[in-house]
Ligand binder design. Structure first.
Ligand SMILES: NC(=O)c1ccc[n+]([C@@H]2O[C@H](COP(=O)([O-])OP(=O)(O)OC[C@H]3O[C@@H](n4cnc5c(N)ncnc54)[C@H](O)[C@@H]3O)[C@@H](O)[C@H]2O)c1
Length: 333
């Protein structure tokens, strides 16, 4: 066990690296020490915005920092492999954004280099941590939905924000690569890494022929050895913002989980689920199963605030006076 915080270096300084920097602020045992990005001035501005002490415009500098234990690669897909190989050589553990890299040969090189260097190669598929999907997998694992028959997952929006995504030489493909990779790992995770027997796909470029040689709509159907069918729908042509949802259909029930809308999973179970929500009563038939219920109510946030008040001598947002004012109204009622 390390007797210090894990020193983290970020590679990249735009869209996903901002998410990484924000997310790492929640991680008590991590300390972001540096950021690297080749675009002039970007790493410096990013370091300033996120309070990161060091910034570099080349890889050598960040790799030479002995305090850095783990690098997080938030750079375009075509550089994932070369950065991983260099980081492994420098003895750094690595988190790589999806998709892992451009092709199977690169994937093998990366896995081999990390194994030989004795460093961890970690794949940043956040759907395996998405609270509502974790809850969905819990419903499946407790048997509330019976044996899974059909899994569905889809991600849709109107297309990516940077040129490298549209260039298949740099991205490795279109929407099937960019967002289908989320679905495939989601299915593997949901279905206990059961081997995949067959893959069918229908890819088309419907709306963005002027921008890309890649597909902008994709339907991918997988058949697992245990008989489960999985279907991914991916689109870069859906206006009106991000859509990310999943369905699990089983022999004893089904569940619909929409990451961006509503706080519960619409669940139908012939047996009932172990727990759906506070005071749900009978859960046979349709129920609205909550995820991260305490977090949705705000309890951990409340205690984070109260502990901060004590530690840093701040005024609480809700005080004894507020409690008294409430009682005054109640007694008047
Ligand atoms: N998990 C997710 O949901 C999610 C979301 C968005 C992006 N991503 C992935 O993250 C990666 C980056 O995407 P993004 O949206 O942040 O792109 P972006 O265009 O917003 O940012 C790319 C960053 O990489 C830097 N960069 C370019 N070439 C580099 C090199 N040779 N070495 C180091 N840095 C380099 C750029 O300067 C920029 O800071 C991609 O692999 C993408 O698929 C994942």
């Amino acid at each position: 066990m390390m007797d210090k915080k894990v020193g983290v270096g970020l590679i990249g300084s735009q869209f996903v690296s901002s998410i990484h920097a924000d997310a790492l602020k929640w991680v008590h045992d991590a300390e972001v020490l540096a950021v690297m990005s080749p675009s002039a001035g970007h790493a410096e501005a990013f370091a300033k915005a996120h309070g990161i002490p060091h910034h570099f415009d080349a890889l050598d500098g960040i790799l030479a920092m002995p305090e850095i234990d783990m690098l997080v690669i938030g750079a375009p897909n075509h550089v994932h492999c070369e950065i991983t190989l260099a980081a492994a050589k420098a003895g750094k553990h690595i988190v790589v954004e999806k998709p892992l890299c451009l092709n199977m040969a690169e994937a093998d090189l990366m896995i081999d280099a990390c194994r030989k260097a004795g460093v961890k190669l970690m794949y940043a598929e956040e759907l395996c941590f998405t609270p509502k999907y974790v809850r969905l997998k819990g419903l499946l694992d407790e048997g509330a939905l019976g044996r899974p028959v059909l899994l569905k997952q889809s991600e849709k929006h109107d297309g990516p924000h940077s040129a490298h995504f549209w260039d298949v030489e740099r991205s490795g493909g279109g929407v099937a690569m960019d967002m289908g990779c989320h679905a495939v790992q989601f299915f593997r995770w949901m279905n206990g890494n059961n081997p995949i027997k067959s893959v069918y796909a229908q890819l088309s470029t419907d709306v963005h022929k002027d921008k890309t040689k890649g597909d902008d709509n994709a339907i991918i159907i997988l058949e697992f050895e245990n008989g489960v069918t999985a279907m991914a729908e991916e689109s870069w042509s859906k206006p009106g913002g991000m859509d990310d949802r999943a369905e699990v259909h089983g022999t004893e029930g089904l569940a619909y989980a929409d990451v961006l809308q509503g706080n519960s999973i619409q669940t139908y179970s012939k047996k009932g689920v172990g727990y759906a929500v506070e005071k749900a009563g009978n859960t046979v038939g349709w129920s609205y199963t909550m995820y991260e219920e305490n977090w949705n109510y705000g309890f951990p946030q409340e205690f984070e605030h109260f502990v901060d008040c004590v530690k840093n001598d701040r005024e609480p947002m809700v005080s004894g006076e507020d409690g008294r004012a409430v009682l005054e109204v109640i007694f008047a009622a």
